[in-house]
Ligand binder design. Structure first.
Ligand code: 3UK
Length: 530
């Protein structure tokens, strides 16, 4: 028996902690996340619940095998990338895990993107395959011919699709002999300005997050019914809505539509979800909806939040309405999931809580040395789920990943009781509704408007203490400083930018604060804004 094969026949959550994984020279993550439940006798448990019915763990394992065989038959090779533009439905899981089991590296990308963005991803990832949900065909199908190495472009469902081919494929597939440190999957992060970056994760990483945060902090159990409002291509949803439930053998509620507050509430009520993952902006909207119309959310026992800071008022209103607290924690695509979190028996609303055991964190000052408690500094994190690198971007990798440490770019301080308090970001980037928002992108758009001469955008807390963009503008003609201009500019931004990015406030000023070299000093506007 090969060393690694031991992992195929043991119940990992009982006997293997993430740190022991390096004992396994041969290790494929699809085995513990998918096949393990069948070998442990849980094949008849429900893995997936979706509009068309339920999928058991045994069926999931078979379909994963079929999808992996189809990908190999199509000529994709271990180590090659397969970009997936896929909505949250069973095919996402079959193909994602089928690829991993076959040693192919799935790259889950956003489902709300436009054609130029899919072209960028196909070319940047140098993928050999690109598959997409048929509902996304209009934007995603056009990637054929992007690069010489892209050989397979197919829909996941419908005519001439992966699903069609799976009907004739064998469910048996031997796991590719990867190791814990072999590249396993990527996610794209649009973190800072410029193009999104491919964040490369190895087979070990999702074991580490699922065990350390999913099981030990979020407290997922086999009997749970888990609904995550964030989509699977976003690593918060990837963990909460897929790897954590699969790790413990719970059920996943899949919902392919874009999630609204009403839809999330319907979904929890109908599925009797016991665990809910959402971002603060969504919790805020759900609280508002619940205050108008009560719902039966009595099935819930655990509610989790991340992506942006959870304001204490939303925490309090949610707990009053549902009886369940919300656990806030900070995570990132680079660390794969949450590394500082509150605990169900130790919550300090308005803070990110304390480090998740297994992760080292430090708050450092401008000299690179740790600050003393209470002082603000930049948050760094070290842990075994940290990404290996940014794909094909050595400069960005070197700037962010220094030795074993990762610079999060977040500004934090530690309060007198050891809780980590978020104090914004060290760069000018904003998280709006947990989604990245670049002030420069909004400013550039505003500058395209004939009335605007100069523009600066900063974040400001709204009435719910959630961050939204605010614009400071110098107009070409001060006579245009009117309510009509505000309405016109707001409509202009709504038409040309992603929905959440339009400025909620407009201020007309005669000049913007700038450095001697002419750079806008957004921090000065932030100070005047708060
Ligand atoms: C910010 C938070 C305050 C912070 C994510 C949980 O958001 C996630 O990943 P991204 O790569 O963004 C990371 C950045 O988002 N942030 C996230 N959570 C919080 N700020 N309080 C929070 N609780 O700026 C961080 O650097 O999109 C969150 C799990 C997996 C994730 N990928």
């Amino acid at each position: 028996m090969q060393t690694g094969e031991r992992v195929h026949c043991i119940d990992i959550d009982e006997s293997v902690i993430p740190n022991a994984l390096h004992f396994f020279q041969v290790f494929n993550a699809a085995v513990p996340f998918i096949d393990r439940h069948v070998s442990a006798g849980r094949g008849q448990s429900i893995a997936l619940r979706h509009a068309d019915g339920n999928v058991t763990y045994a069926q999931l394992a078979e379909n994963v095998g079929r999808a992996g065989n189809v990908l190999l038959d199509l000529g994709l090779k271990p180590g090659e990338r397969l970009v997936m533009a896929a909505v949250d439905d069973p095919m996402f899981l079959y193909v994602f895990w089928g690829a991993i089991k076959a040693g192919i590296v799935p790259v889950a990308v956003g489902t709300f993107l436009k054609r130029p963005e899919y072209l960028f991803l196909a070319s940047d990832s140098q993928c050999a395959g690109f598959v997409y949900s048929s509902v996304l065909a209009e934007e995603a199908a056009g990637v054929t011919g992007t690069t010489p190495q892209l050989r397979v472009v197919l829909p996941l469902d419908g005519v001439n699709s992966i699903a069609e081919r799976m009907a004739n494929a064998s469910p048996q597939l031997k796991p590719a002999p990867t190791s814990p440190m072999t590249d396993c999957f990527w996610l794209y992060s649009s973190g800072s300005t410029g193009n999104p970056k491919g964040v490369v994760h190895v087979h070990r990483d999702m074991i580490v997050t699922s065990e350390r945060y999913g099981r030990r902090i979020a407290g997922l159990e086999p009997g749970d019914v888990v609904f995550c409002a964030s989509k699977l291509f976003f690593s918060f949803g990837f963990g909460g809505g897929m790897t954590f439930p699969l790790w413990v053998g719970a059920s996943i509620v899949l919902q392919p539509e874009r999630t609204t507050a009403a839809l999330a509430l319907d979904c929890i009520e109908k599925s009797r979800a016991t665990v809910f993952f959402g971002v603060p902006t969504l919790y805020g909207q759900m609280v508002q909806a619940l205050e108008q119309k009560p719902r039966d959310l009595s099935s819930l026992r655990r509610c989790l939040s991340a992506g942006e800071a959870l304001p204490a008022p939303i925490f309090n209103r949610w707990r009053t309405l549902t009886g369940v607290p919300i656990l806030d924690g900070i995570g990132s695509t680079e660390v794969l999931h949450i590394f500082i979190s509150n605990r169900f028996d130790d919550i300090r609303p308005g803070t990110s809580g304390k480090p998740v055991p297994g992760y080292d964190v430090k708050v450092v000052g401008e000299n690179g040395e740790p600050v003393t408690d209470g002082e603000v500094g930049t948050l760094w994190v070290k842990g075994e789920s940290n990404a290996r690198c940014y794909w094909n971007n050595p400069a960005k990798t070197a700037a962010t990943m220094v030795g074993e440490w990762l610079n999060t770019g977040d500004v934090y301080y530690v309060d007198a009781d050891g809780y980590y308090v978020n104090a914004g970001r060290g760069d000018d980037m904003l998280k709006v509704g947990a989604m990245w928002c670049s002030p420069i992108e909004i400013e550039s758009k505003l500058l395209e408007h004939p009335k605007v001469r100069e523009a600066a955008v900063v974040g400001r807390a709204d009435e719910n203490a959630l961050i939204k963009p605010a614009a400071y503008l110098v107009l070409s003609d001060p006579k245009e400083e009117t309510e009509e201009t505000v309405a016109e500019l707001q409509t202009f931004c709504k038409q040309h930018l992603a929905g959440y990015k339009y400025p909620r406030w407009f201020h007309f000023v005669s000049e913007l604060p700038k450095t001697a070299t002419g750079k806008i000093q957004r921090f000065k506007l932030r100070q005047s804004s708060s």
